[in-house]
Design a protein around this ligand. Structure first.
Ligand SMILES: CC(C)(COP(=O)(O)OP(=O)(O)OC[C@H]1O[C@@H](n2cnc3c(N)ncnc32)[C@H](O)[C@@H]1OP(=O)(O)O)[C@@H](O)C(=O)NCCC(=O)NCCS
Length: 169
């Protein structure tokens, strides 16, 4: 199991994942740029590279690195690591966002993707990271706590309260 940058090897898996997430209404999670949702993998790869280099970003967005979690040659999930925080990310979003494809949930992949992402965040030079989740997202709370997240506070969020945690790297 490893994190890899988006690439053509997993095109079939990627399309399956998009369909799974579309059914769930979460396709936006699998895209680093909310202005352009695409099913063209070459375009998607370019978007993720641009986001990493801070090019063509939506207003107020910071650069970020996107990785895919792959296991047995199958795409399992995606994680996005923001290189710094904005005022908005300090409230909602934090440094790291992750999603596991619906058909691979409850198999500990969520816990693993954050563990591997923390190593990548450290190599990006971050010393500690903020991770947030909705109060009702029990799975995400467990994932953060298992990765040594220290609860900071609960603040009002978009639709429901947001929990904020810090993890020292
Ligand atoms: C949240 C998410 C990443 C969890 O992924 P996952 O691979 O199922 O997570 P894990 O298998 O590592 O499970 C972690 C813990 O949460 C529990 N869990 C998983 N899904 C759960 C659910 N729907 N309700 C309650 N608990 C759940 C697991 O049983 C496990 O608990 P345990 O440690 O006591 O055994 C996944 O549901 C997802 O992609 N959701 C949509 C996007 C999202 O919410 N991302 C996080 C934003 S902060």
């Amino acid at each position: 199991m490893q994190l890899v940058k988006p690439n053509r090897k997993y095109e079939k898996s990627w399309k399956e994942v998009l369909s799974e997430l579309e059914t769930e209404g979460l396709m936006g999670f699998f895209n680093p740029n909310p202005l352009e949702k695409t099913r063209d993998l070459d375009h998607y790869i370019k978007q993720t590279k641009d986001c990493e280099e801070g090019k063509n970003l939506p207003e107020d967005w910071v650069s970020s690195t996107t990785y895919w979690l792959v296991d047995n040659n199958k795409l399992i999930g995606q994680v996005n690591i923001r290189h710094k925080l904005t005022d908005s990310l300090k409230k909602l979003g934090g440094h790291i966002g992750y999603v596991i494809r619906p058909t691979a949930r409850k198999m500990s992949y969520g816990t693993k993707i954050l563990e591997l992402a923390l190593q990548k965040a450290e190599s990006l030079g971050l010393k500690k990271v903020l991770i947030t989740c909705d109060e009702s997202n029990t799975a995400s709370q467990k994932i953060i706590e298992k990765n040594k997240g220290v609860f900071q506070d609960k603040i009002s969020g978009k639709d429901e309260p947001t929990l904020r945690y810090w993890i020292d790297l």
